[in-house]
Design a protein around this ligand. Structure first.
Ligand code: IVH
Length: 735
């Protein structure tokens, strides 16, 4: 993507871009933290975060509430009590080069307006790659400990922190403030990490990725004895709320912490110049591999607290400190093969399987190759792509990992390429279901999508769960009592493979009962484990009666004649959202007609000779329909679905004759016979306008139980108010 330099952005462009970056970074955070499936490298992620910061620095007034720079780390998880930090837990600005360090010092000089020769004293200490924690001491007694969380609110993990030997339950010595929050890093040594892995392998337990993540997991255990068994460590290096400064300088404060019984880094020094700071950085870097725990840089802090206070903070970071990061660690290995994984939405993702190699303390065996173009090194127009790389099976590659990030290939060692290595042929069929895999053309740019997708939307096992979830969802078939959770359950139990199977579930009642019972058992067992209590009177699985089951089957049956637009949307054809589905329903009136035209269009050389020109439907949709209906493998699934489900032919309901046509209607309170969105859709089909609030323009208010201020406004304005039943009668649905 070509980006405009930050200096030449207009205010409007900057606002737009900050909005885009906030959404994009949030999405990557979600993929990384929640899905464990990041789609960009750490370097790319950092680049996004840095651009966001650079724009915010130029336009401080535009910093958004939801800016990534305000979010530090992941939000607190459910399960532990929340703790609001009396003083927020900050993150650190980063420096990557000597020049960045020089700039940091220069900013300080300018701020304090000191003359060039006068040096501001700093401290330099390792940046420990663990989890920060805040420990509150009142009158020398450890009373509460919390994670950082989002910086403002963390989790109360006091019980777990109490198991860490490096954390004193009572402060030693004397002279501590009445209240002080000691802050520092919880981490796991390599030795402990290896020992845990060994123990786990011996008992068939889980695999642990790296010491940092394992330390994080260990801290968030519900059972403190598990945390205790992990032998976590702690270094104190900072503080939050306090009733008195521990000392006048950073360095002396940390010495005090040591006197009070904390472990502090032995590698902290005072330094007065850029040269001294960087010399210490290299000293620490040399010792890095022999420390026995992960560090990912060196932190420089202004030593005098008075100067720290004067220099102050930007959003989420102190101005008076910076983390000088170590360059990413690299290693060489070979590509043994390239596998294609099919994502839940059908994207074919290539993964290089490597000869295992240790990088930065972690064994790396797989690395994502992103997409087809990345592997070729250029896109379909022959343009070289950023970071793209011609990787072949048998190649020797340099890989890198920076901190806790996803490994990536940096380069291919061409000299070592085997003579018989051929460029990788990206498959054009889905390895899971055998359907054709295609690349979409972006209608606006005319460019091919870098991702290749499986077109076996209905038949591909890799996509099945996602499809089924979509099929039953609210805007689609909206089957009550059949949410994502039950779909997952039935799918995993082999009871539902395709949408048609949902409608024959009733015939497999015993198996459905068993699946539900097993889940209940499992949930009860987990609750039991968590609470430590055992249940009395455990009933056998067969004894259980699932009252809900008849209701579920009835809800499924009630959906055998769905509205055509819902049905089309439920099919989950790419690019066919609710609106487009409605347009198609209106155009083709029946599912049979849509299928017929879809198939004809798929066969035609030029789709436009067959597919009618419809307002709001462009090539993206037409191509998606071609892919869908042109894939014969979808036929069987569609046929068996249509044997169960008979979508209602679409009839134009909007009639000028309708009593509510042209009226403005407001719904308020709880509707009992339908959802709000159904009511709204129904009213709109009849030509009414649905508004969110009552005003003089409102013609009619439909009020259910619990209606509040809107009702009052309506009566003040003398607007007609009716209940749900009257409404249904009026639109001809009552009785
Ligand atoms: S000072 C006011 N010192 O790095 C500054 N942080 O990127 C607060 N960290 O959240 C942090 N070693 O988890 C500081 N010696 C050190 C550190 C350190 C590791 C972590 C800490 C912080 C993160 C910021």
């Amino acid at each position: 993507m070509s980006e405009k330099p930050v200096e030449s952005l207009s205010e409007g462009e900057a606002a737009e871009e900050l909005k885009r970056l906030a959404a994009e970074i949030a999405e990557h955070d979600r993929r990384y933290h929640t899905e464990d499936a990041p789609t960009i490298s750490d370097a790319e992620y950092d680049a996004l975060a840095r651009r966001n910061l650079a724009i915010e620095e130029r336009f401080p007034d535009l910093v958004r509430e939801d800016s990534p720079s305000r979010r530090v780390g992941a939000p607190p998880a459910e399960g532990f009590a929340k703790v609001r930090h009396a003083v927020p837990m900050l993150s650190l600005a980063k420096a990557y080069t000597d020049q960045d360090v020089a700039d940091f010092i220069e900013r300080g000089r300018r701020f304090f307006d000191r003359d060039k020769d006068l040096d501001i004293p700093f401290t330099a200490e390792p940046k420990i790659d663990g989890l920060s924690a805040s420990l509150r001491y009142e009158n020398g007694v450890f009373v509460q400990g919390a994670t950082r969380g989002d910086g403002a609110v963390g989790e109360d993990i006091t019980a777990n922190l109490k198991t860490i030997a490096d954390i004193p339950k009572k402060l030693q010595g004397s002279g501590w403030p009445e209240v002080i929050e000691i802050r520092g890093e919880v981490y796991m040594t390599y030795a402990e990490f290896e020992a845990l892995k060994q123990r786990s392998a011996a008992t068939g337990g889980q695999d642990y990725v790296n010491p940092r993540n394992t330390a994080a997991g260990s801290l968030r255990q519900k059972d403190p004895s598990v945390t205790a068994s992990r032998n976590l460590k702690f270094f104190a290096y900072a503080w939050g709320y306090t009733t008195a400064d521990p000392a006048p300088t950073q360095f002396d404060a940390v010495q005090k912490f040591a006197e009070w019984g904390f472990k502090v880094s032995p590698l902290m020094v005072r330094a007065k110049s850029k040269e001294e700071l960087i010399a210490h950085y290299h000293r620490i870097e040399e010792q890095r591999s022999s420390l026995g725990y992960d560090i990912d840089g060196v932190v420089y802090k202004v030593d005098q607290l008075e100067l720290q206070r004067r220099w102050g903070f930007v959003t989420g970071e102190p101005r008076w400190a910076v983390a000088h990061k170590f360059p990413a660690e690299q290693a060489m290995t070979t590509v043994e093969k390239i596998d294609i994984q099919v994502g839940r939405t059908g994207t074919l993702a290539p993964v290089a399987r490597l000869a295992p190699v240790t990088v930065g303390g972690v064994v790396v065996e797989n690395v994502t190759l992103h997409n087809e173009d990345y592997i070729k090194g250029f896109d379909s127009n022959g343009q070289p792509i950023r970071d793209g790389i011609d990787v072949r099976i048998g190649d020797t590659v340099v890989i890198q990992r920076a901190g806790d990030v996803i490994p990536q290939i940096v380069s291919v060692v061409i000299d070592k390429r085997p003579a018989n290595a051929v460029p990788y042929e990206f498959p054009h069929t889905c390895p899971v279901c055998g359907s054709p895999a295609t690349r979409e053309i972006n209608e606006k740019t005319g460019k091919e999508d870098s991702r290749r997708r499986c077109t076996g939307e209905l038949i591909c096992a890799a996509q099945a769960v996602e499809r089924l979830r979509h099929f039953v969802s609210r805007g689609a078939m909206d089957i009550e009592g059949l949410g994502a959770e039950n779909i997952d359950l039935f799918f995993n139990a082999g009871l539902v493979k395709t949408a048609a199977d949902i409608f024959t579930l009733k015939d497999r009642r015993p198996a459905v009962t068993r699946a539900l019972a097993e889940r209940r058992e499992e949930q009860a067992r987990l609750r039991e484990e968590a609470s430590g209590k055992t249940r009395k009177n455990v009933r056998s699985v067969e004894e259980r009666n699932y009252e809900g089951l008849d209701k579920l089957f009835a809800a499924i049956d009630a959906r055998r004649e769905p509205e055509l637009d819902r049905f089309i949307f439920a099919l989950g054809i790419r690019h066919i959202g609710e609106t487009t589905a409605a347009v198609l329903a209106r155009q083709f009136s029946t599912i049979e007609e849509l299928i017929r035209v879809g198939k004809e269009t798929a066969k035609a050389e030029d789709p436009h000779t067959v597919f009618p020109s419809i307002n709001g439907i462009g090539d993206t949709v037409i191509n998606a329909l071609r892919d869908f209906f042109g894939n014969e493998r979808n036929d069987d699934v569609l046929d068996s679905l249509l044997a169960q489900v008979h979508p209602k032919p679409y009839v134009m309901e909007i009639s000028a004759g309708s009593e509510v046509s042209g009226k403005t209607v407001v719904f308020t309170g709880t509707l009992e016979k339908m959802t709000r969105s159904e009511a709204k859709a129904m009213a709109e089909r009849l030509g009414a306008k649905v508004a969110g609030s009552v005003s003089a323009k409102t013609d009619l208010v439909v009020a259910g139980p619990g209606a509040g201020s809107k009702l009052k406004t309506a009566s003040d304005l003398g607007i007609e108010v009716i209940d749900e039943d009257t409404w249904l009668q009026r639109i001809g649905r009552g009785g």
